[in-house]
Design a protein around this ligand. Structure first.
Ligand SMILES: [Cu+2]
Length: 159
């Protein structure tokens, strides 16, 4: 009985942990532009706020819905739009990091299910200290993706 009770308590505690927060970190507006069903690569964007007095680094991101996830920076090199893989992303102390089209972003490879407008995707973010999960919403890309420079529309949803 006691064991069951303990397990239940643990489960309740786990469930009540806020999804979009790792004590000093807040994530806003996490979204994934809807892409054609054949797309094997999608992008994800969000704003990460760091309320801590020290920089925080993202060292890895995983999702049960994707084979792998990379962190990229879109940059123009000699007039050519390129995506440069990043080993880590830094969220500055008392500042924010915006993942957005044409800038830093996440690349989501090999989706394990078809993702449509309104779907929710769990992203597990590993930091230099601790980790936490957030939910990103799949949305129709619409006009937001127009400024995207991810190279040959490879960012998913880019037009
Ligand atoms: Cu990319």
């Amino acid at each position: 009985m006691l064991t069951t009770f303990k397990r239940l308590t643990f489960l309740l505690l786990a469930l009540s942990t806020p999804l979009a927060q790792a004590d000093h970190l807040q994530v806003k507006n996490a979204w994934i532009p809807e892409a054609p069903p054949v797309s094997q690569v999608l992008a994800a964007y969000m704003v990460l706020e760091n309320r801590h007095d020290e920089d925080t680094k993202i060292i890895a991101i995983e999702s049960p819905d994707f084979g792998s996830i990379e962190m990229h920076q879109s940059k123009e090199v000699d007039g050519i739009a390129k995506m440069l893989p990043q080993k880590t992303l830094t969220i500055p102390a008392q500042g924010q990091l915006e993942l957005k089209p044409g800038s830093y972003h996440l690349m989501l490879f090999n989706p394990k299910r078809k993702l449509r407008d309104g779907d929710k995707v769990e992203l597990k973010i590993s930091l230099d200290r601790g980790s936490f999960s957030i939910i990103a919403r799949v949305k129709k890309a619409g006009s937001i993706s127009r400024g995207m420079k991810c190279g040959a529309g490879k960012c998913g949803g880019g037009k």
